[in-house]
Write a protein that binds this ligand. Structure first.
Ligand code: CP
Length: 313
């Protein structure tokens, strides 16, 4: 196992997270920094993606690396029965870094156990999405000027949404107050509730996306109901449209409120929110490029700030 792999956000200390955010800031100011000439990055996506794959690939390209990989495992030998273990061992022969998304929880962890090539988990089932969390933290920091003492409201599919699971764990370093808004079927799983309790994180659970909740939030983190995780489509139909944020609901919200969403959105944010200055989800996705440039460097053991002292530690 390569110790630079990123499987879960819990792999990173507070200091490491803050240093990666500084690196992201550097890359936002210097996006074309070709320090990875001669390196090859593989993007192995066993599950669909737009933002994560394309931003990782853009990040690698802007750093001067070459990219190989696939966005549809159906075109690879896994469709002939090749195991994940064999696929990872093979690709490890070709590249310096593997970025992988898989539909099974634990797949990224398993991959780290069969190779010494660093692995970045780009989402494993409903478990974790740590690179999303780094861009979320970067977005929160940029919009709030701090990560400390914020009230963060997570809305929608808190059961299957891997982005909220990762973000919740990362925020343990920053004394948040959480509001979890979900129907009973999609509540925050028990293990994450226990995580909050064990880390003395303040939280309340709500089924109602009320004005009180909205108007006392610094961040509202909307999520899509993850249709692909349901075994019974009728269960999905029952809950898919329960929470919708529209512009009029923001009339009395805090000035510093920002609306985040990992995207893609389906129905949970009305299009009339898009022009509200508090809507931040498209810029959030753009921040993913800089965050992933920082994460690629981190996984390859490169500290871009070492030779750029004005950004130093
Ligand atoms: N946020 C996110 O993971 O988006 P994609 O599924 O498009 O990669």
């Amino acid at each position: 196992m390569n110790s630079n792999s990123l499987v879960t956000i819990a792999d990173l200390t507070k200091e490491q997270i803050l240093h990666i955010l500084k690196q992201a800031q550097f890359f936002e100011e210097h996006p074309n920094h070709r320090i990875l000439e001669g390196k090859v990055v593989a993007t192995l996506f066993f599950e669909p993606s737009t933002r994560t794959r394309l931003s990782f690939e853009t990040a690698a390209n802007r750093l001067g690396a070459r990219v190989i990989g696939f966005s549809d495992a159906g075109t690879t030998s896994s469709s002939k029965g090749e195991t994940l273990k064999d696929t990872i061992k093979m690709v490890s022969n070709y590249v310096d870094l593997i970025v992988m998304r898989h539909y099974l929880e634990g797949a990224a962890r398993y991959a780290t156990e069969v190779t010494d090539t660093p692995i970045i988990n780009a989402g494993d089932g409903s478990n974790q999405h740590p690179s999303q969390t780094i861009l979320d933290l970067y977005s929160i920091f940029k919009t709030q000027g701090t990560l400390e003492n914020l009230t963060i409201t997570m809305v929608g599919d808190l059961k299957y949404g891997r982005t909220v699971h990762s973000l919740l764990m990362a925020m343990r370093h920053f004394n948040p107050t959480f509001r979890f808004v979900a129907c009973d079927e999609l509540r925050m799983p028990r293990e994450y509730i226990e995580f909050c309790r064990n880390n003395n994180l303040s939280f309340t659970e709500h089924t109602d996306f009320s004005a009180d909740v909205i108007n006392s939030s610094d961040i509202i983190y909307m999520t899509r109901v993850q249709r692909e995780r349901f075994t019974d489509i009728l269960e999905y139909e029952k809950v898919k449209d329960l929470y919708n944020l529209c512009n009029s609901m923001l009339d009395n919200s805090r000035d510093n409120l920002r609306i985040l969403h990992p995207l893609p959105r389906v129905n949970e944010i009305s299009y009339d929110v898009d022009d509200n200055p508090k809507a931040y989800y498209f810029t959030q996705a753009k921040n993913g490029l800089y965050a992933r440039q920082a994460l690629i460097c981190n996984a390859l053991g490169i500290d871009i700030l070492k030779n750029n002292s004005e950004y130093g530690r």
